[in-house]
Design a protein around this ligand. Structure first.
Ligand SMILES: NC(=O)c1ccc[n+]([C@@H]2O[C@H](COP(=O)([O-])OP(=O)(O)OC[C@H]3O[C@@H](n4cnc5c(N)ncnc54)[C@H](O)[C@@H]3O)[C@@H](O)[C@H]2O)c1
Length: 348
């Protein structure tokens, strides 16, 4: 039996996780999967009650005993600095060295894209975002804070090791999934040290995958081309900051935050899967949240765990529900969160 940790978190995280867990239990029964699910009540409520965000020993426990972690979302207006969310999510991402942030951008029904005259064949790619370095490592400092002479430095960290492993992961994914092109997004024309490292490493890694076309673009051009010519993309690889922005742009192209799934992955190690959206306090507790992002995240986790047939069954059930408009109001349906989740279970 492989153990899966379930951390619903806060707000709609709790609601969408309940729906995703129903789908996981259904997949487990249908495909006879050897998985057990253990829930953890970590989130704002526990933090406010006990002062505990990520309990001591949690990282070691996951490393030693668990195959994967599924989280809902974290964030609560009663914790204004979101300390608990940073401790749990960023803590796990960094301490488990989850260097791949994988986000698919797939159009599940033509009506869901805001682009004119685009269909499912035009929008079908994945983004590999570097998840442990770049501008998000909190390196830098402030001088003369709060004065007119204030100086703020935020440094971008790019290591050869970090850059190479995310680029290798993107090419390996392309090879395994029959994708013919990998596109790098950088700003090497102006960031001539850090992003030159990305370009050189990209070319070097590409030479090890001669059957795959390697294409490098500047991030500003890519932001435009993702809208005007999205059909050219199959696998995109980029740094932490650019990936953060591009993945939300990608989510917007295929129906919005309620549908977007993501994995924080270290191949061969315990990895963390989470829907892209936050805890959405504006709709929390109203049974309005779209559970599809969480359900597709569960499918991604099943694929990672080596159950592609179960993942495929979940994805097909989701597509069928969208086609039949058995969905929540954010994408044009009339169902509540739990009913939309049950519709997926019924189709499976
Ligand atoms: N990974 C995470 O846990 C994560 C990610 C982003 C934001 N947050 C936190 O969540 C809280 C709210 O942040 P925010 O409002 O910027 O982002 P959000 O993703 O929670 O919400 C943005 C907008 O999208 C809508 N939305 C989000 N998910 C939806 C869904 N599944 N179905 C339907 N509509 C959905 C919300 O109602 C809201 O209007 C903050 O505390 C923030 O820090 C957490």
């Amino acid at each position: 039996m492989r153990k899966i940790a379930i951390i619903p978190g806060d707000g709609i995280g709790i609601e969408v996780t309940r729906a995703a867990l129903r789908v996981l239990e259904c997949a487990k029964a249908k495909f006879d999967l050897s998985l057990t699910f253990t829930e953890f009540d970590w989130g704002a409520e526990k933090y406010l009650r006990e002062g505990v965000s990520l309990p001591a020993g949690a990282v070691e426990m996951f490393e030693q005993e668990y195959a994967a972690i599924f989280t809902g979302a974290f964030g609560d207006p009663r914790v204004p600095d979101n300390r608990h969310a940073a401790d749990i999510l960023l803590g796990l991402r960094f301490k488990l060295d989850l260097y791949i942030n994988l986000r698919p951008v797939v159009l599940l029904a033509d009506r869901l894209t805001p682009l004119k005259n685009r269909t499912r064949t035009d929008l079908d790619f994945v983004i590999f975002r570097e998840n442990t370095e770049g501008l998000y490592v909190n390196a830098g400092g402030v001088l003369k804070r709060g004065t007119p002479q204030e100086v703020a430095i935020q440094e971008e960290i790019n290591t050869r090791h970090g850059v190479e492993r995310i680029i290798v992961a993107a090419f390996e994914y392309a090879r395994q999934h029959g994708r013919q092109r990998v596109t790098l997004a950088d700003k090497s024309n102006l960031l001539t040290y850090g992003h030159d490292l990305w370009r050189r490493t990209f070319r070097e890694v590409a030479s090890r995958f001669p059957e795959i076309e390697a294409n490098a673009q500047y991030i500003d051009a890519m932001a435009m081309l993702m809208i005007t010519n999205p059909e050219q993309y199959q696998v995109i690889v980029t740094n932490n900051l650019f990936g953060d922005i591009l993945t939300d742009l990608g989510a917007g192209l295929v129906g919005g935050l309620g549908l977007a799934a993501s994995g924080n992955i270290h191949p061969g190690k315990v990895s963390l899967f989470e829907p892209v959206h936050g805890s959405a306090p504006n709709i929390a507790g109203k049974d309005m949240a779209n559970p599809i992002g969480a359900i597709l995240t569960a499918a991604m986790m099943l694929e990672y765990l080596g159950h592609p047939e179960a993942a495929q069954a979940v994805e097909s059930a989701v597509s069928a529900c969208i086609a039949a408009n058995q969905v929540t109001s954010d994408i044009g349906g009339t169902l509540g969160t739990q009913a939309a989740g049950e519709a997926v279970v019924a189709r499976m």
